[in-house]
Write a protein that binds this ligand. Structure first.
Ligand code: CA
Length: 503
C-alpha cells in the first residue's frame, strides 16, 4: 500500500485534466447548439440569497419549508444536491465566487477586506460579461454591503446606488434605520422596534412586515430587477438580483408565518441553549458566542421554535420575491434564452450544537448551500446532481455556457458536463475555510463523496473532525479519533494541508 501522501489524489492534476478537456469543449457559443431557436448569446439572471441554508422544499426540508417558486426553478434546471461555499461568511464567500478564486488566493478572510485593494486587475464574473458586450446591472446585495465593486457593473444609471440591504443596522453605525416596520421579540406580541439598534439587540427580533413587505429592501430588489429585465430585454444582459433574507433578523409578512405551525417544529437532536462542544469534538469547532441570533444569551426551546418558524417564513417570502422576478422573465418571453442561477452565500445553523449563525462553521449546516442552474436545453434539466461541487464553479460554468473567453487564472471547474449529465463521474472535493481574525486560517474542511473532514490550527494542532455523511448526516459522531479511520484521516488531512498551502 502506498504511503498517504502518494495515495493523495492530486487536485492540481485533476484540475489540469479538466482544464484540458474544457479547452476542447469551450467554444464560443457552446450553449447555442442546445437552444432550439437561438437569437443571441444567452442572458444570465443571477439570483442570490443571504444566509440561506439548504432548507427548501425541493431539497427535502427537515422543517417542511414551503418554496414553490424555487421548487419550480429546480424542476426547470439542475438542482445541485451537494454544493459547498468556500467560506461561511458573506464577504469572503461572495468575493471568492465572483472573482473565481479561492479565499486562500483572494486573501479575503473577513467581512472588512475589499478584494480590489490587493487585486485591482482581476476580472470579476460580471465584469467578464461586461467586457464581452453584455449590460451588467444589479439590484440588492451581490457583493458584501459597503464593498460593492464598481468595475463589475456597466456604467448606467442602474448600476450603482445603495446595496438595498435592508438587513438591519450595520455594526458600529448609529444612523442605521431598519426598513422593517413592526418587530417583536420571540415569544412576544407585536412591539415597536427597539430604541437600541445595536446588532445584539436588533438581531433577536423577529420582524413581521405589513402587506406584502413593500417597505423592505428585498421587495424593492425584486421590483428593481423586474425593471432591469424590462429595460434591457433587447440586449444581452447579466442581471444580478441579491436578496438579504433570510439573514437575521428573520423577516416576512404575517401570511408567510402562517404557513408554519410553531407547535409542529421539532428541534434538532443536538439542540442546546448555548454553543456546545459535543463530547469527542475539538473545542475549535464551535465558537463560544453566537454571531447572528441569541447573541450573548441562551435559547429556550420555545424561543428556538419561534425563531425557526420565522426563519422558514423568511425563506418563503424570499421565494415569493424570487417568483415575482422569474414570472416577469417568463412574461417577457426571455426564458428560452436566459440562464437562471440561484445560489446562497453560505449555510446556517438553527440551534444545531447550540449555534445560531454560520460563523465558525465547518459543518454541513454552515457550508452546504443551495445551487440551482437552469440553462435552456440542458439534458439534465429536471434532475438533481449528486456530485460534490463548489460555488466557485459558477464562474467557469457561466463563462463556458455563454462562450466567453477562457480566464486562465480562475479556479473552479465548469459544471457544464453535469448540466448535461448530472450523474456523470465527478470525483472532485469541495473545500471551505474559516478565519477568526480575518488574516490566518482557523480551520480547513473538505467534503468528498464519502466523507466530511475538517482540521483546526496549523498542521491540525487544534484537532480534527471526521464524519460519515451517509451514516451520520447530522454530524453527531466525530470519527477522527477512532483508530479505525486513521488512514482516511491521514489522507484527508494531507488534502486540506495541500489546499491551505499549495506547493
Ligand atoms: Ca451571508
Amino acid at each position: 500500500m502506498k504511503p498517504p501522501h502518494e495515495q493523495l489524489w492530486s487536485r492540481r492534476e485533476f484540475l489540469g485534466t479538466v482544464a484540458g478537456a474544457a479547452a476542447i469543449t469551450t467554444l464560443p457559443g457552446a450553449l447555442h447548439a442546445d437552444i432550439s431557436k437561438p437569437t443571441r448569446r444567452p442572458n444570465v439572471l443571477f439570483i442570490m440569497s443571504d444566509d440561506m441554508r439548504v432548507e427548501l422544499g425541493c431539497y427535502g426540508s427537515h422543517f417542511g419549508a414551503q418554496t414553490p417558486h424555487l421548487d419550480a426553478l429546480a424542476q426547470a434546471g439542475v438542482r445541485f444536491e451537494r454544493n459547498y461555499c468556500q467560506f461561511a461568511l458573506c464577504n469572503p464567500s461572495r468575493a471568492s465566487m465572483l472573482t473565481g478564486r479561492r479565499p486562500t488566493r483572494t486573501s479575503v478572510l473577513g467581512n472588512r477586506t475589499d478584494f480590489r485593494t490587493a487585486h485591482p486587475d482581476w476580472t470579476t464574473l460580471p465584469q467578464l460579461f461586461q467586457e464581452n458586450g453584455y449590460v451588467c446591472v444589479r439590484a440588492g446585495k451581490i457583493y458584501h454591503g459597503g464593498l460593492d465593486d464598481a468595475k463589475s457593473w456597466s456604467v448606467t444609471a442602474d448600476s450603482g446606488g445603495p446595496t438595498d440591504d435592508g438587513s438591519g443596522p450595520a455594526v458600529g453605525k448609529t444612523k442605521a434605520v431598519p426598513r422593517e416596520t413592526i418587530a417583536r421579540k420571540p415569544g412576544e406580541g407585536l412591539a415597536p422596534l427597539p430604541a437600541d439598534t445595536s446588532r445584539a439587540a436588533y438581531s433577536d427580533r423577529i420582524v413581521v412586515l405589513e402587506g406584502d413587505g413593500e417597505a423592505h429592501g428585498d421587495y424593492h430588489t425584486a421590483d428593481r430587477t423586474i425593471e432591469h429585465l424590462r429595460k434591457y430585454k433587447d440586449q444581452p444582459f447579466f442581471i444580478a438580483c441579491g436578496f438579504v433574507k433570510p439573514h437575521s433578523p428573520p423577516t416576512a409578512p404575517q401570511r408567510f408565518f402562517d404557513l408554519y405551525d410553531v407547535d409542529k417544529i421539532k428541534l434538532p437532536p443536538d439542540f442546546a441553549a448555548w454553543p456546545t462542544v459535543p463530547p469527542g469534538f475539538p473545542s475549535a469547532a464551535i465558537r463560544k458566542r453566537n454571531a447572528d441570533l441569541f447573541i450573548g444569551r441562551g435559547a429556550s426551546e420555545a424561543e428556538a421554535k419561534e425563531v425557526i418558524r420565522a426563519y422558514l417564513a423568511s425563506i418563503s417570502w424570499t421565494d415569493w420575491n424570487l417568483g415575482r422576478v422569474v414570472a416577469e422573465l417568463d412574461r417577457l418571453g426571455l426564458r428560452e434564452n436566459t440562464i437562471i442561477v440561484f445560489v446562497a452565500d453560505h449555510g446556517y445553523h438553527l440551534g444545531e450544537k447550540g449555534k445560531w449563525s454560520k460563523a465558525g462553521s465547518l459543518f454541513e449546516m454552515g457550508t452546504r448551500v443551495p445551487l440551482i442552474m437552469a440553462a435552456p436545453g440542458m439534458k439534465g434539466n429536471g434532475a438533481s446532481c449528486p456530485r460534490i461541487v463548489e460555488s466557485l464553479d459558477i464562474y467557469p460554468t457561466l463563462m463556458e455556457l455563454c462562450g466567453l473567453p477562457q480566464q486562465n487564472e480562475i479556479e473552479g471547474t465548469s459544471l457544464a458536463p453535469l448540466l448535461k449529465q448530472p450523474a456523470a463521474k465527478w470525483d472532485k472535493p469541495g473545500f471551505t475555510v474559516w478565519s477568526e481574525d480575518g488574516k490566518t486560517l482557523h480551520g480547513v474542511a473538505v467534503r468528498t463523496e464519502k466523507w466530511r473532514y475538517a482540521e483546526f490550527g496549523p498542521d491540525g494542532i487544534n484537532g480534527a473532525m471526521l464524519f460519515d455523511p451517509r451514516a451520520d448526516p447530522l454530524e453527531m459522531h466525530n470519527l477522527a479519533n477512532d483508530p479505525k479511520h486513521a488512514a482516511v484521516c491521514a489522507e484527508l488531512s494531507a488534502l486540506t494541508r495541500h489546499y491551505a498551502h499549495p506547493a
